[in-house]
Design a protein around this ligand. Structure first.
Ligand code: NAX
Length: 328
């Protein structure tokens, strides 16, 4: 049997964790021929709940699941890990300022970055889901100096998938006929879902984007504020769709993106598209050979430029805040 891939999931007892673990164990993330060993990392108070989830994983008798271990210590939780899904984060509490939120998350993502640096496998790939995802990824990467920066990514795939679905509805085509949509910037309400390079039902996405009332009054705000709309309707934040996006992100990273399409992921910027180096920002990407490649050479018009710049400015502010806290 092939050696199992070690997959660490933090926040394993949370609602995204519950929607994610069973799909990883079923082979949806790494394919039907790759056994996985799950390493669940939680805080001590939630270890018992994680044990309950592990019992249910046992009860599924997944042929690909080589084992489940539970930890409350990041050093052990990331030892030998190949894929790390950093889902657990500190939510914004009542009366909490943004600086407090960033500081609380720094207390989680800095030690996790160090533990990944010291003990993860040489091929480790990290996806940060916990919010603020981009800046948490920046903190983790900055605390892992020996791990190449491109191995730390932040999840904007849920935003990407939301955009695909909204466009398909608007155009009256199946989702499979929507390609090359891009999410730029931060996983926040400032993000910019870009249709100008897309193809929708065989036609240029720019045709749809020409309806500026729909574009600016409906499409962009619906995608950017979808998380809040889900909370309003469900009484809880997105969980299954977030887990699905995490599966999509890692699957594409490891196994590759389809020919003729691209996806969106938060990557450590090397300065492309005017995004300052060292910010973790969402870009259009393809994947092959297990690495992300930036889609280069897209023409960015003034409308898109202004929106990308606004979201990137927010990322720069977040970086300043975590810098002044000594977290990066
Ligand atoms: P839950 O509150 O249900 O679960 C979070 C879990 O993380 C809890 O079990 C908690 O004990 C655990 N945890 C907290 N600190 C930890 C630490 N230091 N080490 C390990 N585990 C720790 O939240 P859930 O709904 O699962 O959401 C998780 C995170 O995903 C949140 O930060 C949320 O904002 C974020 N999201 C990100 C999305 C994205 O697209 N990037 C979309 C969905 C979601 O909103």
């Amino acid at each position: 049997m092939t050696t199992p891939v070690n997959v660490t999931v933090t926040g394993a007892a949370g609602q995204i964790g519950y929607a994610l673990l069973f799909r990883i164990a079923s082979g949806a993330m790494l394919g039907p021929d790759t056994p996985v060993r799950l390493k669940l990392l939680e805080i001590p108070q939630a270890v018992k709940a994680a044990e309950g989830t592990a019992m249910e994983l046992d009860d599924c008798a997944f042929p690909l699941l080589a084992g489940v271990d539970i930890y409350d210590d990041p050093t052990q939780g990331f030892a030998g890990t190949n894929v790390a899904l950093l889902v657990g984060a500190r939510p914004r509490g009542a009366g909490m300022e943004r600086a407090d939120l960033l500081e609380a998350n720094g207390g989680i993502f800095a030690p996790q970055g160090k533990a990944i640096n010291d003990g993860a496998a040489d091929d480790v790939r990290v996806l940060v889901v916990g919010n603020p995802a981009n800046t948490n990824a920046l903190i983790a990467a900055s605390n892992a100096p020996d791990v190449p920066k491109e191995r730390f990514t932040a999840m904007t795939r849920l935003d990407h998938n939301r955009a695909l679905s909204q466009v398909a509805k608007k155009a009256g085509v199946p989702v499979s006929e929507v390609r090359r949509v891009t999410i730029w910037g931060n996983h926040s309400a400032s993000q910019y879902p870009d249709l100008f390079h897309a193809e929708v039902g065989g036609r240029p996405g720019a045709d749809l984007a020409a309806d500026t009332a729909w574009l600016t009054g409906e499409f962009i705000p619906t995608v950017a504020k979808r998380g809040a709309a889900i909370i309003e309707a469900r009484g809880a934040s997105s969980a299954a769709s977030a887990a699905n996006a995490a599966i999509d992100h890692v699957r594409d990273w490891v196994l590759g993106t389809p020919e003729g399409d691209w996806t969106s992921a938060g990557l450590w910027s090397t300065g492309a598209y005017g995004v300052p180096e060292g910010l973790v920002s969402s870009f259009p990407v393809t994947s092959s050979g297990g690495d992300w490649q930036l889609v280069e050479g897209l023409e960015i018009d003034d409308f898109s430029r202004a929106r990308i710049d606004a979201s990137v400015a927010e990322l720069a502010e977040e970086r300043e805040a975590v810098r002044s806290l000594g977290l990066v």
